[in-house]
Design a protein. Structure first.
Length: 248
C-alpha cells in the first residue's frame, strides 16, 4: 500500500534530508587516500548524534553500522572496515537518517584521490542517470517512465544498470511501496500521485549488471569484478514537480 504524505509530513522529511545532505557534504571534505570507511562510519554516527538524529539502518535486520560503504566492485551494502582507502578507489556511502520518526535516504559515490578516466565517466553517468530519472517523477507519469529513462541513458553510454536492487517508497518506514526499478518499459507500473515520496537510486556497473552476495549475506558485488557506482536521492512528488528532499 502506498502511503501518501501531507505537506507537513514532507516538510518533516525535508528536515531529515537537510541533515543527511549536510553530512554528505562533510564526508566530501574528509574522504581521501589513507582514511578508512570505518572512520567515515564513526564520523557519521557522531555527526548525526550532534543533530539529535539517528542512523536508521544501524540495527535494521541486524545490520551493524550507521552507513553502507561500498568500495570499487561492491555494488551496495558494503560493510565499513579498517582497511585504508587508496588513491584511485571509488566508494559509495549510503545512509538513512531518522529525525523525530521521519526518514530520508541518500547515497553518494566519491572519488578517492585521482581516479581513472573510466571511473570518472562511471560516476558522471550514474549521477546524471539519477537526475534523468527524477525528471520523470511527475504527477501522471508511471514508475516505468522513470525506469525506462534511466536504463535507456545508462545503456546508451555503454554501462549496465543493476537489476537486483531497486528504489522504494519511504516515510516513517525505510522501505514502503512502491518499488522503483531502474530498468523497464515506459507507461508501465503505478501512476505517480501527489504526496508520494520515493527514492531513486540507480546502481551502474562498468561490466555486466549481474551481482553476487558476500559471505556476510549483505554486501553485493559485481560478478566480473569491475567497478560499480550509485547515486540516490529521496524525493516528493508534488503538483509543481519533484522536490528533492536530500539535496539542500
Amino acid at each position: 500500500m502506498v502511503i501518501i504524505k501531507t505537506r507537513e509530513e514532507i516538510e518533516k522529511m525535508q528536515q531529515a534530508g537537510k541533515i543527511l545532505s549536510d553530512c554528505h557534504k562533510e564526508i566530501a571534505k574528509i574522504i581521501k587516500p589513507g582514511i578508512s570507511t570505518l572512520e567515515i562510519d564513526q564520523f557519521v554516527e557522531a555527526f548525526l548524534k550532534k543533530r539529535n538524529a539517528i542512523p536508521e539502518q544501524k540495527g535494521y535486520q541486524g545490520y551493524p553500522y550507521a552507513i553502507c560503504a561500498s568500495v570499487n566492485d561492491e555494488i551496495c551494502h558494503g560493510f565499513p572496515r579498517k582497511e585504508l582507502l587508496k588513491d584511485g578507489d571509488i566508494v559509495t556511502v549510503d545512509m538513512v537518517v531518522n529525525l523525530d520518526g521521519w526518514l530520508a535516504d541518500s547515497a553518494w559515490s566519491y572519488a578517492v584521490g585521482n581516479i581513472s578516466d573510466e571511473a570518472k565517466e562511471l560516476l558522471d553517468v550514474t549521477k546524471k542517470a539519477l537526475y534523468i530519472g527524477i525528471e520523470k517523477a511527475v504527477v501522471g507519469n508511471r514508475i516505468g517512465d522513470i525506469s525506462h529513462a534511466i536504463q535507456t541513458y545508462v545503456e546508451s553510454e555503454g554501462f549496465s544498470v543493476v537489476r537486483d536492487f531497486v528504489g522504494h517508497g519511504i516515510g516513517k518506514d525505510m522501505h514502503e511501496d512502491p518499488q522503483v526499478p531502474h530498468f523497464g518499459r515506459p507507461g508501465r507500473g503505478l501512476r505517480l500521485m501527489e504526496g508520494m515520496v520515493l527514492t531513486i537510486e540507480p546502481m551502474v556497473n562498468i561490466g555486466t549488471y549481474g551481482c553476487k552476495i558476500d559471505d556476510n549475506q549483505w554486501t553485493a558485488r559485481t560478478l566480473d569484478g569491475k567497478l560499480s557506482a550509485q547515486y540516490e536521492h529521496t524525493l516528493a512528488i508534488t503538483k509543481d514537480g519533484p522536490i528533492i528532499i536530500t539535496e539542500q
